[in-house]
Ligand binder design. Structure first.
Ligand code: GTP
Ligand code: MG
Length: 538
């Protein structure tokens, strides 16, 4: 089946390349970490374990992505700075930020137990991110100075606040007392009231942490007479530094200057125009469907390492479906999702104002919620398999102005599912029969749907259409009324519901009524809808 009639939908994707010589900075932030820290009983005002976990995630990010040369974080945020000449993912902003957010989330979940051995993860954390582009090193310097200043200001504030709360003030009373106070007053206040010298508090709270690659000596092996053999190795290390935006700091760490250039001048006061530019963000077109498509990063390797069944692993697909359900449960604005292989498309209603339609926030949060669920639910779907390394997903957001085009988008993905599945089914049957991979490729080259079906039937006695629908057609997730759950067991029921609602025309028209039905949130994964043309099979 040709997919070309639908491929025009790709042209709706807009370029978001960060043009050189801009330096790319990705800032990842915890989503609703106030609640997360309450539920998990983080120590107030700062929990060293939580900061160490964040630092450990940052180190993992640096090890994973060598193009990141420096990172700085405090509280629940971390900024990652790419080398000036990076070509990482063709400098595409959303691809980069989603990948970093996803990997960061994955590591945070995986390492939780190491840092909080006594504290069960009660719900999965998620992060959001955005890209800042710094046109000059002065702008980058300002960015770093700004973040470190924010660390200081917010830490001083929460230190005062929690000292008062510990001394029997309510949260609101403490807030009232601190309202309109200056930094020097807060310092003084801590000292006078609680005998706390702010400067003596741990640096990790006051200054935040930075991490970057350093050379260190490592024992790689021992000789026969027991003496150690040492080598210099590059690895990320975490530091607390007084002022990361100062010339002196960059001079002391020449490797940073090599990748980014030296800081020529000292910046004085923070330039508010630069800071305004850091808060600027592109918004997605209003009154258009937003589709966020996420895709497993290097899942070819991931599926090999975790020995997924070929060509399809039902457990892996069910895990993906379950994560999509978690995403729909989290965001009421997502009305439909369609998944196949290592990808999932999430459709947000036209009128959605989620994150004021800011693309990077929407993409990164969806990717993060999905990744968190993937790591957390792994053991339910693969109880006898350890997760050998952290999976990650990238994401993009595309606007489709009409239901017709959105329908074509989904049809495009489903036809792709069909083409790939049919090819892979033939390919792996040939390989299982004893053909080499290149022989199997040669046999299948240039064959059409009909020929592949015949090959399966005559050679292997397989009726392609008897293969499970989850493999042939992908999966959909959407909300249904409670009563409908019983009736939707196969694609015929599914199509009946759709035609009941929209008189048999395009099923996407059901978004309106479905939205209404979604009041009674019941999310389920349903297999086998034919997205190309309701009522006809592929
Ligand atoms: P990028 O997305 O570009 O990072 O590469 P990728 O390796 O993830 O490849 P792509 O997304 O194009 O394709 C997904 C890959 O995941 C497939 O080619 C398979 O190798 C693998 N995969 C996904 N689902 C399954 C499954 O159920 N079984 C097996 N064996 N492999 C799967
Ligand atoms: Mg992939």
């Amino acid at each position: 089946m040709a997919n070309s009639q639908y491929e025009y939908v790709k042209s709706f994707e807009v370029a978001d390349e960060v043009m050189p010589p801009n330096v790319i900075v990705v800032r990842v932030e915890g989503r609703d970490f106030r609640r997360f820290s309450d539920v998990h009983e983080f120590e107030k005002p700062n929990d060293k374990r939580a900061l160490d976990l964040m630092n450990s995630c940052a180190v993992a990010v640096l090890e994973q992505y060598p193009d990141i040369v420096f990172s700085y974080g405090y509280g629940d945020e971390y900024s990652f700075i790419f080398k000036k000449k990076t070509k990482f993912y063709q400098r595409r902003a959303r691809k980069i930020l989603s990948l970093i957010t996803s990997f960061f989330t994955s590591v945070y979940n995986s390492k939780w137990e190491e840092f909080f051995p006594q504290e069960e993860l009660r719900y999965t954390p998620s992060f959001r991110a955005r890209v800042m582009s710094c046109a000059t090193l002065e702008v980058l310097q300002t960015y770093l100075a700004w973040r470190q200043n924010e660390c200081h200001v917010s830490n001083l504030y929460i230190t005062c606040l929690w000292m008062m709360i510990k001394h029997k003030k309510t949260y609101e009373q403490a807030e009232e007392i601190l309202k309109d106070t200056q930094r020097s007053e807060r310092n003084e206040f801590l000292f006078q009231q609680f005998n706390v010298n702010y400067k003596k508090l741990p640096q990790i709270f006051r200054l935040g942490s930075c991490s970057f690659m350093t050379q260190s000596e490592d024992t790689v092996k021992y000789t026969t007479n027991g003496s150690p053999v040492k080598r210099m190795r590059r690895r990320p290390a975490v530091f607390q530094c007084e002022s990361i935006s100062k010339q002196r700091f960059w001079k002391e760490h020449q490797s940073l200057a090599v990748e980014l250039g030296p800081f020529e001048n000292e910046i004085g006061k923070l330039n508010m125009d630069f800071i305004r530019s850091f808060s600027f963000e592109d918004k997605l077109m209003p009154f258009s469907w937003i589709v966020v498509r996420i895709d497993g990063c290097h899942f070819h390797r991931f599926s090999e390492v975790h020995e997924f069944e070929k060509p399809n692993d039902e457990r892996a697909l069910n895990l993906m479906n379950s994560c999509a359900v978690a995403v729909l449960e989290e965001f009421g604005d997502i009305v439909f999702a369609y998944g196949v292989s290592d990808e999932y498309s999430f459709v947000l209603k036209k009128t959605s104002t989620l994150f004021q339609r800011q693309a990077s926030q929407i993409v990164s949060v969806i990717v993060s919620v999905f990744t968190s669920a993937y790591v957390a639910k792994w053991k339910c779907f693969f109880p006898h398999k350890q997760l050998k390394y952290q999976p990650s997903f990238d994401g993009r957001a595309v606007c489709y102005p009409s239901s017709q085009i959105l329908r074509d988008y989904l049809a495009w993905r489903q036809v792709d599912c069909h083409i790939n599945n049919q090819y892979n089914t033939c390919f792996w049957m040939l390989v299982k029969e004893g053909k080499s991979k290149s022989e199997a490729q040669r046999i299948l080259k240039g064959t059409q749907t009909k020929e592949k079906n015949e090959l399966l039937m005559h050679k292997f006695n397989i009726d392609y259409y008897s293969i499970q629908e989850i493999f042939r057609r992908g999966s959909s997730v959407f909300r249904l009324k409670e009563g409908q759950l019983k009736t939707v067991e196969n694609s015929i029921d599914y199509l009946k519901i759709i035609s009941d609602v929209v008189d048999g025309r395009y099923y996407l028209e059901i978004f309106g009524p479905l939205l209404h039905l979604s009041e009674q949130v019941n999310v389920t994964a349903i297999f086998g809808p034919d997205l190309a043309k309701p009522g006809e099979s592929l």
